[in-house]
Design a protein around this ligand. Structure first.
Ligand SMILES: Cc1cc2nc3c(=O)[nH]c(=O)nc-3n(C[C@H](O)[C@H](O)[C@H](O)COP(=O)(O)OP(=O)(O)OC[C@H]3O[C@@H](n4cnc5c(N)ncnc54)[C@H](O)[C@@H]3O)c2cc1C
Length: 291
């Protein structure tokens, strides 16, 4: 690794000031699970590392008005075991549980997972399906973006130079809703997904017909994706094998996977259809149970 200056500000304003002072030379580090690897591989060579670990106030998990707010420094493990997350959004706790190994989950942070924007990551998929919003702070103040607008391209986000992710706000599910996260990993249990799917189904008061469905997909495009064409098939419908198949077929047209050691693009596209059918079926059953 190249030599670098190391700064550990204790407050957000101080962190933003250090970033301003060092400009393009500076790089933020949170858990370091992605950045340190990239530095070792000489993919990035920051002259100054700005650690967020001592910045106060970014590590809380709070219930706010119909939502959960998770600070950028909350680790994957903290989100996985948080009683609040487990009770209010069990699908999110389950998603964090499926990330890598417990050692990685103890280090990796939510802010890091979002800013890194690797489309193979798991939490962004469920957060996208849930309609999460990202809170951002920079020299010019505070702004918020829906997650769908935050991810721009392969490892690319809407963050401007000198901006930080400070939190993510996740709405709770409407009544009569069920949610599922499925991670298909045919190799080892701690691998990145070959295909990941999060599905949410909300039922009409009759408990049979779908009112709304949301589908998000990971590892099958340049960013996490919504399966909007498949989502549009579901409102007003009852659960059936043919409906699940139609949704699975529709979603195949929305994905653009890369061929790699986790499977060919054709295989991933095919498996996306299968996993969407399974995820919708499970979310539907959970929604029936939630009434
Ligand atoms: C072996 C291994 C396996 C993994 N498997 C999986 C997996 O299966 N599924 C999965 O979802 N994840 C997995 N991960 C974790 C994931 O790939 C990232 O490493 C992790 O989410 C990054 O979080 P971090 O806090 O460590 O970020 P860091 O490494 O500290 O930073 C990552 C990037 O984000 C920037 N950054 C960090 N925090 C902020 C912030 N608050 N504001 C703005 N920019 C910020 C940094 O400058 C850097 O560019 C794995 C990691 C490893 C090492």
């Amino acid at each position: 690794m190249n030599a670098f200056e190391y700064r550990a500000p204790r407050g957000l304003d101080e962190a933003l000031a250090v970033l301003r002072e060092h400009g393009e030379e500076a790089r933020v580090v949170a858990g370091g699970t992605a950045l340190v690897t990239m530095m070792r591989q000489h993919l990035v060579r920051p002259g100054c590392l700005v650690s967020l670990r001592d910045v106060q106030g970014l590590n809380r998990i709070e219930a706010t008005n119909g939502a959960l707010r998770l600070g950028a420094l909350v680790t994957h493990r903290e989100a996985e075991v948080s009683p609040l997350v487990r009770e209010r959004l069990p699908v999110l706790a389950e998603t964090f549980r499926r990330v890598a190994t417990v050692r990685i989950r103890h280090m990796a942070t939510i802010g890091g997972a979002l800013a890194h924007a690797d489309p193979n990551q798991d939490p962004p998929v469920t957060l996208l399906a849930l309609g999460a919003r990202v809170e951002i702070r920079g020299a010019r103040g505070h702004r918020e973006l829906p997650l769908g607008e935050f991810f721009r391209d392969y490892y690319e986000t809407a963050l401007e130079p000198g901006e930080l992710v400070t939190a993510v706000t996740v709405p709770l599910l409407p009544v009569a809703s069920g949610a599922t996260f499925l991670k298909f990993l045919p190799r080892t249990a701690d691998d990145y997904a070959t295909v990941a799917v999060a599905a949410i189904v909300t039922l009409e008061p009759d408990g049979e017909r779908c009112r709304e469905a949301r589908i998000a997909l990971g590892s099958v495009g340049m960013t996490p994706l919504r399966g909007r064409v498949a989502e549009a098939l579901l409102p007003g419908q009852r659960l059936s094998e043919s409906l699940l198949q139609a949704a699975g077929e529709a979603v195949k047209g929305a994905v653009d996977p890369l061929s790699d050691h986790r499977g060919s693009a054709a295989y991933k596209r095919e498996m996306t259809g299968v996993m969407v059918g399974r995820a919708l079926s499970q979310a539907w059953e959970a929604a029936r149970g939630a009434r």
